[in-house]
Design a protein around this ligand. Structure first.
Ligand code: CTP
Ligand code: CA
Length: 225
């Protein structure tokens, strides 16, 4: 497998990958976020480099070392992640959205620490921008891949997400499967594209990443060459 990759499936391609969670500040000491280790995105970055791509990771806060030869841009919020991605999109051939972006952020960010008060308080949240949809809709949109983590109706939700967001491919994960839960080193997925699909049986994230990169390279060479 290493030989296949070193032969350069993605030689000369510029790949941007979002990874990890986003953090949405409430005040200087608090934030809203979600469980995401970043492992899948980092494994994809490693596989992209091994396939010969120039690879940029736009990463939320994670506890992972930057893979060799990867250019890493750290971000916190979804707004930060969107701005970085839009700045990179013009020089990008393949965009992989692996980040677990917070769907909502606090409506206001307090500049001072919020003090404890009443028994009950409520928080107003506003929708975050959809990063992968914005990239797919941009003027020179790259080949764009999304992920869909679902607990039910996996393939139906994933294919409607692909269509709604204007994606070229989507990787569907069944997150109700405990073997591939948060922080796991394993994953399993069904990859969908318009007119086709491939089941990737449970394997290490490194193996799944290489399989995804291989499928992307196949589709990119069919569609864009
Ligand atoms: N995504 C994104 N920006 C967002 C939300 C999601 O780029 N604000 C990307 C994710 O990185 C992933 C894909 O969109 O590649 C699907 O994310 P998901 O959370 O499953 O989709 P949502 O549209 O947020 O739908 P929901 O959470 O309601 O299922
Ligand atoms: Ca979401």
């Amino acid at each position: 497998a290493a030989g296949l990759f070193s032969s350069g499936l993605l030689a000369g391609k510029r790949v941007v990958i979002t990874a990890g969670p986003t953090r949405e500040a409430l005040d200087p000491v608090r934030y809203i976020s979600n469980h995401s280790s970043g492992k899948m995105g980092y494994a994809l970055a490693r596989a992209a480099v091994d396939a010969g791509a120039q690879t940029i990771l736009v990463s939320g806060p994670v506890e992972l070392a930057t893979p060799d030869h990867v250019n890493r841009i750290d971000v916190q919020s979804a707004d930060d992640m969107l701005a970085q991605c839009l700045a990179l999109v013009a020089d990008c051939d393949i965009f992989i959205a692996c980040a677990a972006v917070a769907d909502y952020r606090p409506g206001t960010i307090s500049t001072e620490k919020i003090k404890k008060g009443p028994e009950k308080i409520s928080l107003e949240l506003v929708r975050n921008p959809d990063i992968v949809a914005a990239v797919a809709a941009s003027e020179h949109s790259p080949f764009t891949i999304g992920f869909a983590a679902e607990t039910n109706d996996l393939l139906a939700y994933a294919s409607s997400k692909m269509e709604r967001k204007g994606l070229d491919m989507i990787v569907a994960n069944d997150v109700s499967d405990p073997a591939i839960g948060f922080n796991s080193d394993h994953n399993a997925a069904t990859v969908l594209w318009p007119g086709g699909s491939r089941v990737l049986e449970e394997a290490s994230k490194a193996t799944i990443a290489r399989d995804i990169i291989r499928l992307i390279a196949d589709r990119v060479s069919l569609i864009r060459d």
